[in-house]
Design a protein around this ligand. Sequence first.
Ligand SMILES: Cc1cc2nc3c(=O)[nH]c(=O)nc-3n(C[C@H](O)[C@H](O)[C@H](O)COP(=O)(O)OP(=O)(O)OC[C@H]3O[C@@H](n4cnc5c(N)ncnc54)[C@H](O)[C@@H]3O)c2cc1C
Length: 402
Amino acid sequence: MPLCSEARIIAKRAGARVLAAMSGGQRLLLLGGGHSQLAVLQALARERPTGWQVTLVTPQPRMLYSGMLPGWMAGHYRLGQCAIDLHRLAVAAGVELRLGAAVALDAEQQRVSLDDGSVIGYERLSLDIGSGIALGPLGALVSGRCDSQQTAPILLPVRPLAGFVSGWRRIVTQAAARPDFALAVLGAGAGGVELAFAARRRLGRSVSLVCGDAGLLPGHAAGVRRRARHWLVRRGVALLSGPALPQGADALRLADGSLLRADALITATGAQPAGWLAQSGLALTESGQVEVDACQRSVSHAAVFAAGDVSQRSDGALASSGVHAVRAGPVLAHNLLASLRDAPLRRWRPRGRSLYLLSTGERHALMSYGRFSLAGGWVWRWKDHIDRAFIARHDPDSDRAA
Ligand SMILES: Cc1cc2nc3c(=O)[nH]c(=O)nc-3n(C[C@H](O)[C@H](O)[C@H](O)COP(=O)(O)OP(=O)(O)OC[C@H]3O[C@@H](n4cnc5c(N)ncnc54)[C@H](O)[C@@H]3O)c2cc1C
């Protein structure tokens, strides 16, 4: 395996600060408990590096697994079945857990500010905070109230997931009381498609899926898109051409000029990294993601590692997706711990093709792998098995824990 030779830069750059900190232990800060960070917590549970105080900062004590969220919406899972307990993983790894969210990062001073006003310094930082949703012009819409006085549609971004969960529950309540309730999902990537199918199954009301400029399932093969179209028709989900643009404060106009009536809009319109990263001093890509090398380390600040949707590799080898965030986890964990020991880092090259299993609302799913596609009940059972195994692997008490 080729090596990243610059690992020692960190200790030299941090110099006196590291020495000063040694007496009280150096700090490894894990920011965000996303898909990649799970592997870091598990590696820390195995290795327990001496001389390092490790802190995990996360807004919630559990991580909701997005792969199972459409299944929860559709009624196939309880929410607890889709959650990974970060608190127990942290305890098992000897990691201090701080509930909170970062609001600023100073990469030169090596410190992070939290939403409660506190500041945490670090000698190493592992960033896995995911992303928000890019609303673009949709931000001009006034978000509606969730009661009988409602005029404007409810605007519900799919991220952050905790907010989405409570917003979805309100939509279910409203839709149950109104047979004419109409919902639109904006954004027809893998997430948007699954959300539209799940919403249709759960609500039994009018559901539309509005594509952006790139159309249905961009990046997937023509055969996959054909199958998805077929199942959208069969399930009664209207596929509309966008992009949808706000018309006044409470309506949307589609590409063909027609107006879209909706009581609720779920936006799955693409990832948007946290805005405060722009002032962090870290090298960012054009899209505002932290630029990392093939070792998942910041190209500008060697004390910082990042993986998942918050990051983008300089070599462009990884698109933002849950599959890639999971695959980057073991590399992030290995390199982070190697850097604590001043040991060589490992480069990695992700596989070109990824397997996507997209549920179609019922216990039925579509498979997309390169130019191959399949659909059926057995694909859903396969997905269900993979998803449950993922959750079990991250349960410290499970026999299947990694
Ligand atoms: C409905 C849906 C279905 C999807 N289906 C698929 C699929 O089938 N296949 C696929 O590959 N991808 C899928 N995705 C995309 C996938 O969910 C993301 O790419 C993946 O979650 C990215 O993982 P991550 O670790 O970067 O971030 P996340 O999993 O989002 O984790 C980030 C964590 O950081 C925390 N955090 C956020 N901000 C802060 C802060 N300021 N300070 C501290 N902590 C913070 C969050 O609470 C969260 O726990 C889907 C997404 C959705 C919404």
